[in-house]
Design a protein around this ligand. Structure first.
Ligand code: ADP
Length: 404
């Protein structure tokens, strides 16, 4: 029996996404999600060979219980003996990690220390690592960092215009996130354009609940819109993106907000949700505009698209040539309306959308959506899990390429 599958785990504070991947070709053998962990409503969904089974989780309803339930399913489907290693998505690698790394006690301590930079995420990722180690004690565990791809940014892109000592002494700088996704779509775009990634120049727009734009020069990230935290940059589902920092002082000093309330406002109550007053879900806002002509839905969509278009235009300053603009993420892969709105604001950069092609590239369909006289515009469904599986496998087989 071939022992070649990688179990990819993406652990959140109350959820665990998992997929079993064949790293050579990216085939997803099994996938699923455990939700509402740490509550008595904890449940798990597992999809295998087109069938989805859903069950409630027994007490103590935690990540380890979810992994144990997954292990039972893997044994039932006779997949357990085919697992070669576990690959974990970890959000923050700080400046210490720019490559996939084998989990050791020292690495876990560093991930824990980096929790000060990503308190919710890294802590949850570590829970997943510990739970997986307890259950799969005989398998190697590898961590792949969401910040890693952006570690090639030059200083001028990652240092803030604040006292330099705050960077030196406290690590306050721009790190960027969604790195695994930007890397994947850049690699796929290079393949489609028949050039090595090391010669590919792209601007990629990852538009999901979280959104980020990246400038990729010769296959390496040279700038990205998310910064010290995933709050910077373009407007997102519930996150504000860039605001005048003066607003924060005003909220606190004049309106009596606590810092916790400001944080909640900017992370959870802003973005598409905050402006529309309806939802953070792009589909619902599109419906509210198209079917009911709700003006606030239209305003939310317009701000969203304008800010993304501005960010894309600004990243041309980081590049000396540009092979293609890439759209990915739930919105970037599926919303023809959003793509059209963004591209229509980029005609000065010679981007023109073909309505016919734009409508076709949805629901997993990749391809070009530009007209013939336009620069190239690609839609590429992201696949972070495959990158994690591939990098985990390559690290363990000792053939990780020098970063192309
Ligand atoms: P996450 O950042 O949580 O991974 P996703 O990448 O799954 O999020 O993206 C979720 C977003 O994608 C939601 O706003 C959702 O409305 C949007 N989306 C998914 N399908 C469509 C669609 N067909 N049209 C418009 N938006 C869509």
């Amino acid at each position: 029996m071939k022992k070649n599958l990688i179990l990819v785990l993406n652990c959140g504070s109350s959820s665990l996404k998992f997929s079993l991947i064949e790293p050579e070709n990216g085939e997803t053998v099994l996938l699923g999600l455990a939700e509402r962990l740490l509550s008595d409503q904890a449940s798990i969904k597992i999809k295998y060979q087109g069938q989805t089974t859903k069950s409630t989780l027994p007490s103590p309803f935690d990540h380890q219980t979810a992994i144990l339930t997954l292990v039972e399913a893997l044994a039932l489907y006779k997949l357990n003996l085919q697992i070669f290693a576990i690959g974990h998505r970890v959000v923050h690698g700080g400046e210490s990690y720019c490559t996939p790394t084998l989990v050791t006690n020292e690495v876990k301590t560093l991930i824990d220390n980096l929790s000060r930079l990503a308190p919710l995420h890294n802590f949850a990722n570590l829970i997943g690592i510990n739970a997986a180690e307890a259950v799969f004690s005989n398998l190697p565990q590898v961590v792949v960092f969401d910040t890693a791809f952006h570690q090639t940014m030059p200083e001028k892109a990652y240092i803030y215009g604040i006292p330099y000592a705050l960077y030196q002494e406290n690590g306050i700088r721009r790190y960027g996130f969604h790195g695994t996704s930007h890397y994947f779509v850049a690699q796929e775009a290079a393949k489609r354009l028949n050039k090595p990634l090391s010669k590919g120049n792209f601007i990629s727009a990852h538009l999901g609940n979280g959104c980020s734009i990246s400038a990729i020069k010769n296959g390496q990230s040279v700038d990205t819109s998310l910064g010290f935290t995933p709050l910077e940059g373009v407007m997102m589902g519930t996150r504000s993106g860039d605001v005048d920092p003066g607003i924060i002082f005003y909220l606190i000093n004049q309106l009596g907000y606590t810092t916790k309330q400001v944080s909640h406002l900017l992370h959870k109550e802003s973005g598409l949700l905050g402006v529309s007053g309806l939802s953070n879900d792009c589909r619902e806002i599109e419906d509210a505009w198209l079917k009911e002509k709700n003006p606030r839905a239209k305003l939310a969509l317009d701000i969203f698209c304008y800010r993304i278009a501005k960010s894309i235009a600004s990243f041309t300053a980081s590049l000396t040539s540009l092979d293609a603009l890439i759209f990915t993420g739930g919105i970037g892969e599926n919303s023809a309306l959003i793509r059209e709105n963004i591209i229509d604001q980029l005609s000065l950069l010679n981007f023109f959308v073909s309505n016919e092609k734009n409508i076709t590239c949805r629901f997993g369909q990749a391809g070009h959506i530009n007209t013939e006289n336009s620069r190239q515009i690609l839609v590429i469904p992201t696949n972070e899990e495959w990158v994690i599986a591939e990098q985990t496998s390559q690290l363990l087989l000792n053939k990780l390429p020098d970063k192309e």
